[in-house]
Ligand binder design. Structure first.
Ligand code: ADP
Ligand code: GLC
Length: 493
């Protein structure tokens, strides 16, 4: 069948290699490249954060100055241009909003002007299209930071003609962050007083970015089929289920792919020895390297469990706090922990290595290298998430022969196959209840399997390494969503 190629503008607040605080950056760095390979004219827009230097990232001026009309004023910004492989990336440069350390917060508190920063960014993306004369068929926006793109496309009169045939797709990566702000920024955003209603932007007297996108976008996606169902039910939606449910016909769940150019032990330059399903012996050396790097007792025979994630409630690390000491007292197991986030969790986990030398290692912070070294060296990856729209780390873990231990939710359910004790099949261990005792019992199950049924562990590693979460499959699904969105756009117009 003949495929239609389209003009697609990706609008995001993060994309690897320029800016990343989590999986959003991985996805927005990878998916445009694949869509480009499929023949589309894809371009990406990011804010130009303070951390991006012209020199290091080879950025050049594209437009300067560019006028951006907000609701009650005009702002003047600049636009730089760089590349991710052959995908052009435009950077909106506006010192007052983005010339500071941190993407959304200063490490302790969210920036108080986030609504204005990202509302402006969303407007600027539309202005950019006009300035460089790029008429997108699709604008694909991600999470609350760019949630206003879809509304602006439909309620900003002066743009109406230019974007008459442009449809919007809004992807929810993390429903825990919806963009709720005091309403005093509403005039600046210029969304129209008539739209400050409960079904669109208003939420208990505040402005709610994500609700606005859910109302106006031509299609809404999230990053796994199970999570798509979850966000339309009360339990999984963090309060917005009723609005998303109204759009059920336009809601799609598409699982993320993995960028195996970056996450494959067979060609990973960041690990101490490369390995694959066929040549697996390198993994043992990676385990030894990891044990040394985190000052653990070097022992090939002890199960080693890694945690690689933001220290937030979403990731369920707090479930471990009441039980990790009991686990280490009662089971012969080691832990390595990487991440930053909630201060009390950083303090707690950061203090464990001194109290359990040789058994628990921790690095409070995040480096890409350590994440790779841990994926390669660990036997297991623990993700007790309360909710997980997709989750990339368990997908990477599978490829590294590191067995995921996950809670049965969202994308974790869609990517991990439960271990079957009868025949050793499956790719991971899954538990249901978000409680410390469920985590404790599951780790007990894992450890006993490691010691008592080691052929099953080998079989699971192999089965997991054979799985493939290809971005091409996901990109082909997005193409279908784009077609759906364009059809819906016609009805709206
Ligand atoms: P999320 O996006 O919810 O953090 P994902 O599993 O989708 O979860 O993506 C995690 C990605 O972020 C992985 O590439 C992982 O290596 C990386 N990562 C994990 N912890 C951190 C952290 N504290 N800071 C930045 N990136 C992190
Ligand atoms: C979010 C989710 C995560 C998902 C990532 C990329 O931050 O928490 O589950 O994998 O976005 O889509």
């Amino acid at each position: 069948m003949q495929r239609t190629t389209r003009n697609i503008l990706f609008v995001s607040s993060e994309a690897v290699p320029f800016a990343k605080t989590g999986g959003l950056g991985d996805v927005c760095g990878a998916l445009p490249k694949i869509l480009k390979k499929l023949g589309h004219d894809v371009r990406l827009v990011l804010p130009r954060y303070w951390s991006m230097s012209h020199k290091a990232h080879d950025l050049e001026w594209e437009v300067s100055p560019m006028e951006v009309q907000m609701g009650n004023c005009i702002l003047w910004c600049g636009v730089l241009k760089g590349w991710i492989e052959d995908v052009p990336v435009y950077f909106i440069e506006y010192e007052k909003f983005f010339g500071r350390a941190g993407l959304y917060d200063d490490g302790y508190h969210e920036f108080s002007d986030n609504a204005a920063r990202f509302g402006f960014f969303s407007r600027a993306c539309l202005q950019l299209c006009r300035s460089i004369d790029f008429k997108p068929d699709i604008i694909h926006a991600h999470d609350w930071q760019t949630a206003l793109v879809a509304p602006y496309l439909k309620i900003w009169g002066s743009d109406r003609e230019y974007f008459r045939n442009t449809a919007s797709v809004f992807t929810i990566h993390n429903i825990g962050y919806q963009g709720k702000f005091p309403a005093d920024v509403y005039d600046f955003l210029g969304l129209g007083l008539e739209n400050f209603t409960e079904s669109k932007f208003e939420c208990h007297g505040r402005i709610h970015f994500m609700k606005g996108a859910v109302f106006y976008a031509d299609a809404i996606t999230t990053v796994s089929p199970t999570h798509a169902e979850e966000i339309m039910t009360g339990i999984g939606s963090n309060g917005v289920a009723q609005y998303i449910e109204r759009r059920r016909k336009d809601v799609f769940g598409i699982i993320n792919g993995a960028d195996y150019d970056h996450w494959d032990p067979d060609n990973d330059p960041l690990i101490s020895q490369q390995y694959s399903l066929v040549h697996f012996s390198g993994k043992a050396f990676c385990k030894e390297t990891l044990q040394r790097e985190f000052n653990l007792t070097v022992d090939p025979g002890i199960p080693l469990i890694a945690l690689i994630s933001r220290m937030s409630y979403q990731k369920g690390k707090h479930l471990l706090i009441p039980i990790i000491e009991d686990i280490v007292h009662h089971m012969r197991v080691q832990f390595v922990i990487l991440g930053k986030g909630e201060k009390h969790m950083e303090d707690y986990f950061g203090g464990l290595p001194a109290r359990f030398p040789g058994r628990i290692g921790a690095w409070i912070g995040y480096t890409e290298r350590k994440a790779h070294v841990m994926q390669a060296g660990a036997d297991f990856l623990l993700m007790p998430s309360l909710y997980e729209p997709c989750g990339l780390n368990q997908i990477y873990a599978l490829r590294y022969g590191t067995i995921p231990i996950v809670r049965d939710t969202g994308g974790l359910r869609d990517t991990v196959i439960q271990y079957n004790e009868q025949d050793g099949s499956g790719t991971g261990f899954m538990f249901h209840n978000p409680t410390p005792s469920a985590v404790y019992n599951t780790v007990g199950w894992v450890v006993s399997t490691y010691y008592d049924r080691s052929p099953h562990i080998d079989a699971m590693r192999k089965q997991g390494m054979g799985e493939s979460f290809s971005w091409v499959d996901s990109a082909l699904r997005y193409e279908k969503v784009y077609t759906h969105a364009l059809a819906r756009r016609k009805v709206w117009a």
